[in-house]
Write a protein that binds this ligand. Structure first.
Ligand code: HEC
Ligand code: HEC
Ligand code: HEC
Length: 123
């Protein structure tokens, strides 16, 4: 009688150990994926620009780049001035429109018509 009980307990113990090992094997890929994600952090929203800093402070260019571009455009087109700032400048540091400009514009469903005339790669 005692023997059977001991055997049963041994079996139970073995089952628990096998169960724990199986659970670990199943969980391993998940643990691995999570640790990789944690190590990498979230993907940045905007592609990293070239260069140290923008032509304006980050905050300022973020909110005012459209005004700036339209202003220099007007100066060039209406007043015939020679301007230093145009889309080709932006292109020099933010080389991929899709990974930078379009990321924000898509979010606000904005499709500036500039790029039908001004070359700005988008891949
Ligand atoms: C000399 C390189 C350079 C040029 C030229 C340049 N940028 Fe930048 N730009 C940067 C860098 C570097 C940052 C990131 C600064 C930071 O992270 O604080 C940036 C940031 C920005 C941001 C803000 C992104 C954010 O985090 O919200 C916008 C918008 C932007 N640039 C638009 C433009 C536009 C439009 C032009 C052209 C008129 C332009 N940039 C020209 C290098 C440049
Ligand atoms: C941080 C987000 C962000 C980034 C990065 C960004 N833009 Fe914008 N852009 C906006 C928003 C938001 C508007 C719309 C503002 C409004 O309508 O008041 C806008 C508007 C514009 C406009 C005016 C379009 C129109 O028809 O009125 C131009 C031109 C423009 N962006 C060019 C660029 C270029 C070129 C780049 C990349 C070098 C760029 N933007 C990067 C957020 C961004
Ligand atoms: C119908 C075609 C067309 C469209 C659309 C257009 N442009 Fe232009 N843009 C031109 C031409 C042509 C010039 C003169 C080019 C030159 O002088 O080298 C010019 C000049 C400019 C200039 C003067 C500096 C430079 O780069 O030559 C700026 C800045 C400019 N455009 C910005 C914009 C912006 C921002 C948009 C969108 C909101 C836009 N353009 C839309 C055709 C266009």
């Amino acid at each position: 009688m005692l023997n059977i009980q001991e055997e049963a307990m041994k079996l139970n113990k073995n089952n628990i150990i096998i169960g724990a090992i199986l659970a670990l094997i199943i969980a391993l890929p998940l643990i691995y994926n999570i640790s990789v994600l944690v190590a990498k952090g979230p993907e940045p929203f905007l592609e990293k620009p070239k260069g140290e800093k923008c032509i304006m402070d980050t905050e300022e260019i973020r909110y005012n780049h459209m005004i700036l571009l339209k202003e220099t455009r007007n100066q060039a087109m209406r007043e015939g001035k020679k301007v230093d700032i145009g889309l080709k400048n932006c292109r020099g540091c933010h080389s991929n429109r899709k990974g930078f400009c379009d990321r924000c514009h898509d979010k606000v469903n904005l499709k500036p018509d500039c790029f039908s005339c001004h070359y700005y790669p988008n891949e």
